[in-house]
Design a protein around this ligand. Structure first.
Ligand code: PLP
Ligand code: SF4
Length: 322
């Protein structure tokens, strides 16, 4: 089965997912699912614990009644991203690098994500936008790194990605291409031979930033992909989000770092939740986050301690919290 088949399959309704996990099929919110549709690949669901309604993987993807709350201080556009939309589909906010929203969808819909409200309709990146983005990058010689994000950039076929990368490669001052992606985590077969070849044959230095929040998300197949990437000098990092009920304990965070290391991945960032409306039940306050961070620091070698960060709308970098 190819990754495209896996993408089409999987769970698109909370009820079938709950049935698969042998849980009460009424334990979800219809309204929350309506607002942001359930989407979970089978491979990821298989890493959940059957019969456990508190499974940390399930909590990340199951629409629940808590999402129906409106919370003060949480917004539909917490990062004011609309303002930094230099050209549709691209954010130029930080020095030396741009973030391109290459795809508008994902293989999985994470409940805590800002994407549930982002006006993707207005940011659909078609061929014309690609060319505008490439033009923008070409005229600014201080841009050395292009970050492909989304949505999930690996939703595109290798063929499409090759086309974009080839054009990007022609811009001399671009040195690095970075992928922010969760696809290799939720559908590990996405890292296929063709994708590896694509990166291996490019002059651009490549960085993959995975998104894994809990050690239970890791599996042998993910490691196969990471091993293949690393054989071709691709750097593989991880960013996690600190989430209540998922990874807000010292043990889980320490285990996550160790498990990442065993799979050939280095921790990069541990993010505080962006204050996206309808996600406040996931929030961990800064004070508790700092305590967890210090606890990690006391148990892990420095290279396995991610930077604890928050994204602030008008800052020129992530804000380090310490
Ligand atoms: C997070 C982010 C980046 C990348 O930041 P790094 O600190 O280099 O990982 C770039 N642009 C935008 C708009 C971002 O939000
Ligand atoms: S952008 Fe990342 S966090 Fe958001 S839904 Fe997609 S995979 Fe999940």
């Amino acid at each position: 089965m190819t990754w495209q088949h896996e993408l089409q399959g999987g769970f698109h309704s909370p009820r079938t997912l709950l049935n698969f996990l042998e849980l009460d099929e009424k334990g979800f919110s219809i309204a929350a699912d309506k607002q942001f549709q359930t989407r979970v690949p089978l491979s990821f669901a298989k890493r959940m614990i059957k019969g456990n309604s508190n499974c940390p993987l399930l909590r990340q993807v199951l629409p629940i009644a808590d999402e129906e709350l409106e919370t003060e201080g949480f917004s539909l556009d917490p990062l004011s991203e609309r303002e930094f939309n230099a050209t549709p589909g691209m954010l130029h906010k930080y020095h030396g690098r741009v973030l391109v929203m290459l795809a508008t969808s994902c293989a999985i819909n994470c409940r805590y994500c800002f994407r549930r409200h982002f006006p993707y309709q207005d940011n659909r990146v078609g061929r014309r936008q690609w060319l505008e983005i490439l033009d923008y990058i070409a005229t600014r010689e201080d841009i050395h790194e292009v970050i492909l994000s989304g949505g999930d950039p690996l939703m595109h076929s290798n063929h499409k990605l090759r086309e974009f990368l080839e054009r990007l490669t022609e811009i001399k001052h671009v040195e690095t291409v970075r992928f922010h992606t969760r696809l290799p985590v939720v559908i590990p077969s996405r890292i296929d031979d063709d994708f590896i070849k694509l990166l291996a044959s490019s002059r651009l230095k490549a960085v993959m930033v995975y998104h894994i929040n809990h050690h239970q998300e890791l599996c042998d197949e993910i490691k196969l992909g990471v091993d293949a990437l690393r054989r071709h000098q691709v750097v593989v990092l991880n960013q996690a989000v600190l989430l209540s009920g998922v990874n807000d304990s010292e043990d889980v965070l320490v285990n996550l770092s160790h498990a990442l290391w065993r799979h050939g991945i280095l921790p990069y960032y541990l993010h505080l939740l962006d204050k996206t409306q309808h996600t406040s039940h996931f929030e961990i306050k800064k004070e508790k986050a700092l305590l967890l961070f210090k606890a990690m620091q006391s148990k892990l070698p420095g290279y396995l301690v991610p930077k604890l960060v928050r994204e602030d709308s008008y800052q020129k970098s992530k804000t380090w919290i310490f």
